[in-house]
Design a protein around this ligand. Structure first.
Ligand SMILES: [Zn+2]
Length: 306
């Protein structure tokens, strides 16, 4: 099962305790996939492709309206690969009542989002259950909710913004897609929706990825440094070999000779290490100065004899 399905299944089992939030979540299902049906609005239908979500809609309806008459219809495509579940409120009076309640939700003044925080969380959860998906964090960080209804998209977007989540919106094949791309923000949203298992998984993967990236960075960095050290040492040894061939190291100033001999003996020692081995010890910049003199002499030889 995909991470997205796992997350949705987990959220399908989260049933808010407060009545206000149950109604808010139901309203999200209605905004995304609900409709008053029949010429006289006899039915109220909620549709979803998921049996778990259908069960949740039923749970919400029954807890909000005890004794409500409902019916669940499941239609499968011929291949049986896809299905559409319809949760129907059967009686006209009850359908009207639910519809009225959903329309009369307590919205914040001048804002498309619900006034109470608890209800906004429930609304977002409902929208995610309706048409949300989340990419496996191993691949990339992406969570989205898509809908054909612009008013629903606007509500979801405003609700996310009200929690300071930096959600964006794009159009894709005629649908509006509200999305989050930032790992921290997705974690915040999973927490708001109550997807705690999914959150733990997401964070674990994120920590592992971070560690892996850090190790890679260190390894790359170290390899680069080693390469640099080896290259520098090779060119120094080559310079010393030239001097040895043409002048002989005995001709060098004793301080230069000491550094040259140590370098030949310890090709991979750092300048500081070479300095420590000198008698008396020499600073790193002192060693560097002498190595520059050796290389200058080698360059002179190369110019004169090639
Ligand atoms: Zn509430």
């Amino acid at each position: 099962m995909s991470f997205s399905e796992d997350t949705r299944n987990e959220l399908a089992r989260v049933v808010p305790t407060a009545r206000c939030c149950r109604l808010a979540e139901l309203s999200a299902f209605y905004d995304l996939d609900g409709m008053l049906m029949g010429t006289d609005n006899q039915y109220l239908d909620f549709t979803t492709s998921s049996l778990q979500v259908a069960r949740k809609i039923l749970t919400l309806l029954r807890s909000l309206y005890p004794g409500i008459a409902t019916q669940v219809l499941v239609m499968r495509s011929r291949s049986r690969r896809t299905q559409i579940c319809t949760v129907r409120v059967l009686k006209s009076a009850e359908a009207q009542k639910v519809y009225q309640d959903l329309k009369e939700l307590d919205y914040a003044e001048g804002q498309p989002y619900l006034r109470k925080k608890c209800c906004r969380r429930a609304y977002i959860r409902g929208a995610f259950l309706g048409h949300g998906s989340i990419t496996n964090p191993e691949r990339t960080y992406h969570l989205e909710i898509s809908t054909d209804h612009s008013h629903a998209a606007a509500k979801v977007l405003a609700a996310l913004h009200s929690f300071h989540l930096d959600a964006g919106i794009v159009q894709r094949k005629g649908s509006l897609v509200v999305y989050l791309k930032d790992g921290d923000q997705i974690v915040t949203l999973l927490n708001l929706m109550g997807a705690h298992q999914a959150l733990l998984h997401f964070e674990n993967v994120r920590v592992l990825k971070d560690v892996r990236n850090q190790v890679n960075r260190l390894v790359n960095c170290e390899t680069a440094n080693v390469d640099k050290t080896v290259k520098a040492a090779m060119s120094q040894i080559e310079a010393i070999r030239l001097i040895e061939e043409h002048d002989g190291l005995d001709q060098l100033h004793p301080k230069l000779r000491e550094v040259a001999l140590l370098r030949q003996q310890y090709p991979y020692a750092s300048l500081k290490e070479l300095g420590d081995m000198c008698n008396p010890p020499m600073s790193k910049s002192g060693v560097n100065y002498r190595i520059r003199q050796l290389k200058a002499r080698a360059a002179e030889i190369a110019r004169l004899y090639s």
